[in-house]
Write a protein that binds this ligand. Structure first.
Ligand code: IPE
Ligand code: IPE
Ligand code: MG
Length: 237
């Protein structure tokens, strides 16, 4: 990586961008308007993360469980995503963002897959920040697909037990280090199936603000909190 990563600075930040629906409800607006504003917040935070020098940012965009919502909402979200990815390449170019994807492509509409592929190809050489979009992503689903892939890729008749390295290599983004910091907005205190394997030693930061209200200052506060943490990884204090 071109960026210098000090010990007190996170190499990889993951964000569970929650609270779009409540943001809209408080204003008497449809949930869809919350998602529109949530997308604007995501763009603000990508810019802020890039300016802060964070090398890797994972954004939880749509979970494998979000299909439980009304088809009007899931359809709107898929359309919003497809439109954003197809129309806003300049945004990624300007910030030198390299876009990658985590999640199960098999369950995504063809149009969304096509735009993800196009943006990934068009931004592959960018070196400003890697933005990992978790779309149709579930931590359990990722682990299951990785175990399956790791087992299938072994020579027939192999007796040795799988190792953690085998699973690491078979995950969706083996090229991204585990998250140092996971942020969740809107006051919910749970991971909701985000980066389960990778977050084993992540520092957690919960904030009460709803995602559409998040800005650069909120990210700065989360980073300041992270810098005060003492990470032990099971070692001695
Ligand atoms: C996060 O906001 C966006 C997605 C999960 C797609 P929500 O839509 O979950 O907003 P709340 O939690 O209902 O307020
Ligand atoms: C997690 O938020 C998923 C995303 C932010 C994309 P949810 O709103 O789906 O999580 P729960 O249902 O409150 O746990
Ligand atoms: Mg929610």
């Amino acid at each position: 990586m071109p960026l210098d990563i000090s010990a007190a600075f996170p190499a990889h930040v993951g964000i569970i961008m929650d609270g779009n629906g409540r943001w809209a409800k408080r204003r008497g607006l449809p949930r869809t308007e919350g998602h529109r504003q949530g997308l604007e917040a995501a763009k603000r935070i990508v810019r802020a993360a890039r300016n802060s020098g964070i090398p890797f940012l994972s954004l939880f965009v749509f979970s494998t469980e979000n299909w439980r919502r009304a088809s009007e909402e899931t359809g709107f979200l898929m359309g919003l995503l497809e439109e954003h990815l197809s129309r806003e390449l300049d945004f990624y170019r300007e910030l030198k963002v390299r876009v990658v994807h985590s999640g199960d492509r098999a369950g995504l509409p063809a149009g969304v897959c096509r735009e993800i592929d196009r943006v990934m190809a068009d931004t592959a050489d960018n070196s400003g920040i890697v933005v990992n979009l978790a779309i149709n992503y579930g931590g359990r689903d990722e682990i299951l697909r990785a175990v399956d892939k790791a087992l299938r890729s072994r020579p027939v008749g192999t007796a040795a037990a799988l190792t953690e390295d085998d699973i690491d290599r078979a995950m969706d983004r083996p090229d991204i280090p585990p998250p140092d910091l996971i942020i969740r907005t809107s006051g919910e205190l749970r991971l909701s199936n985000f980066l389960l394997w990778e977050s084993a030693y992540a520092e957690l930061y919960f904030d009460g603000k709803l995602w559409p209200d998040w800005d650069a200052e909120d990210l700065a506060k989360a980073l300041a909190s992270y810098e005060e943490r003492k990470r032990l990884f099971g070692g001695k204090r």
